[in-house]
Design a protein around this ligand. Structure first.
Ligand code: ADP
Length: 490
């Protein structure tokens, strides 16, 4: 598997971003609709708001369908939460799963997604997600994205259908889609923040008012449609506390600082409805010092256990993310330790971080024996040895008292690793209400013409709890649909 240094990649992206800033504004004729904006307007068939995975997928899809596209990104670089993600992508994929002996089906993915969200996901949207996930993955491959042949179960995925990109984390998605977008002539404007959706006299969305890098007022007119792909609101303290009062400023988050819910707020000004806003996902296994999803040895759960300071397992590791997070928060110091043996320790983790560096930096404990590991990590040694012994017996039987279903190797080949982890705000599952064509709906259920949404800005797909690995499938599947429909001005 090719690995990259994540920091270096971000630097490259920053430089690309800086280059993209040239030519940010050009003059055009304002279409003269109901909203009045000072300054001159630009015009395109489709305007996309947000340059994460959903926005880039929508832009590429719109351009494939013949549209002239402008994409607005408020930050200095593309990527949003997508580029920070672990990169795992859920799809039922017999070509990869069968050789690995993994039994799966579209219905199984559907059922787990629906039940994993307590039946609050919209069945029609979930169907679209699971039925189109593989095709969307092939679409990425057609644009040059590489996936390994591995199919794993990551935390909260509940099954071995998570695909592993060849590049670290979410980088491959952004790199692939940015290149495709530029090749198709999409104009990407960085440091350009959408502020307000513009409508005509009939209430059709016909453009966007935005602010440029120097605070200048800009206007973008959309002949066919506007796609909102501005992501979630995990980094907006006021907004998340409004919907879940536990999630105050002191709570860590894996999110990038631009995840502030702008698209939801802009659409609500047009009476857009929202779905499931109170469902905010905590990533169970984040770094206790930074809240980041990085700095760990392994994400795959097959051959790992989670123990508390007392050296005991306390939950079924292949459980839902909300169950895992709640269970961890009840343990001593609100943390747990992921334990794995040498066979599960790659040289570089899925973010391209060198595991030995993480050990040196104190993110990860490593020792030749379980007793020593317990000692340096502050875990009860006798209990840990006993827990691992019982786990290894359970691996042989593929059965334990927690009801675990996903099994891999035993934990017995030293050196051993312990990674401290705690829950961190990760994904806002609620958002704008959309129909199966990704059109944004008003609170009364009618369509807001000309407005489409995809990705974390939307609600109604993941219900109360998103399966790990379903977000990347979501943003690509629905981003494609939104782009196509916006191009056609449905
Ligand atoms: P998704 O996974 O749904 O694509 P991401 O978080 O990856 O979500 O991407 C959303 C992108 O939208 C981020 O890059 C974010 O900076 C951008 N964004 C958020 N609000 C605005 C805004 N008001 N104008 C332009 N871009 C925005």
């Amino acid at each position: 598997m090719r690995q990259k240094n994540f920091g270096a990649l971000l630097l490259v992206l920053f430089l690309v971003a800086a280059l993209a800033l040239t030519g940010c504004q050009q003059a055009g004729e304002p279409a003269g609709e109901a909203d009045e904006v000072a300054g001159e307007a630009r015009e395109a068939d489709v305007v996309v708001i947000g340059g994460g995975g959903a926005g880039l997928a929508a832009a590429v899809s719109a351009a494939e369908n013949g549209a002239e596209v402008i994409l607005l990104e408020k930050m200095t670089m593309l990527g949003g939460n997508t580029i920070r993600s672990g990169g795992y992508y859920n799809a039922v994929d017999p070509e990869r799963q069968e050789p690995l002996g993994i039994e799966d089906s579209i219905d199984h993915h559907y059922q787990q997604t629906i039940e994993g969200g307590d039946n609050e996901g919209d069945p029609a949207l979930v169907r679209i997600l699971v039925e189109n996930a593989l095709d969307a993955l092939h679409w990425l491959e057609d644009y040059g994205m590489e996936f390994t042949d591995k199919v794993v179960a990551i935390q909260g995925a509940m099954w071995e259908r998570s695909h592993v990109p060849a590049e670290s984390g979410g980088y491959g998605y952004i790199q692939t889609l940015e290149k495709a977008a530029r090749d198709l002539g999409v104009e990407i404007l960085l440091e350009t923040k959408a502020e307000k959706l513009l409508t005509d006299e009939e209430g059709r969305v016909v453009g966007v008012k935005a602010t440029g890098a120097d605070g200048e007022e800009l206007e973008f007119r959309a002949r066919n449609g506007v796609v909102l792909a501005s992501g979630g609101f995990g980094a907006n303290v006021e907004m998340r506390v409004k919907y879940d009062p536990r999630l105050t400023e002191s709570f860590p988050t894996t999110n990038h600082p631009g995840a502030t819910g702008d698209g939801i707020l802009m659409a609500q000004e047009l009476e857009a409805g929202v779905t499931g806003m109170e469902h905010i996902q905590l990533l169970p296994l984040a770094d206790p010092k930074s809240g980041s999803s990085q700095h760990k040895v392994v994400t795959e759960i097959q051959s790992t256990i989670m123990v508390n300071r007392e050296g005991k397992r306390f939950v079924n590791e292949d459980n839902r993310r909300d169950v895992l997070s709640a269970a961890i928060m009840e343990q001593t110091d609100g943390i747990c330790f992921v334990i794995n043996d040498a066979r599960e320790a790659p040289e570089y983790n899925n973010y391209g971080e060198k595991v030995e560096d993480l050990v040196e930096q104190g993110y990860v404990y490593k020792a030749d024996t379980l007793e020593e590991l317990a000692e340096i990590a502050g875990i009860d040694a006798e209990a840990l040895v006993q827990t691992v012994k019982e786990f290894n017996e359970a691996v042989a039987k593929q059965s334990d008292s927690f009801g675990r279903k996903v099994w891999g190797n035993t934990i017995e080949v030293g050196p051993f690793y312990a990674t401290p982890r705690c829950p961190s705000i990760h994904h806002t599952m609620g958002g704008l209400t959309i129909n199966t064509e990704t059109q944004v709906l008003k609170t009364d259920g009618t369509v807001i013409p000309g407005l489409y949404a995809a990705g974390e800005v939307t609600g109604g797909i993941h219900g109360t709890n998103r399966l790990g690995g379903n977000a990347l499938a979501d943003i690509i599947v629905f981003g494609r649909i939104a782009g196509r429909n916006a191009a056609q001005g449905l």
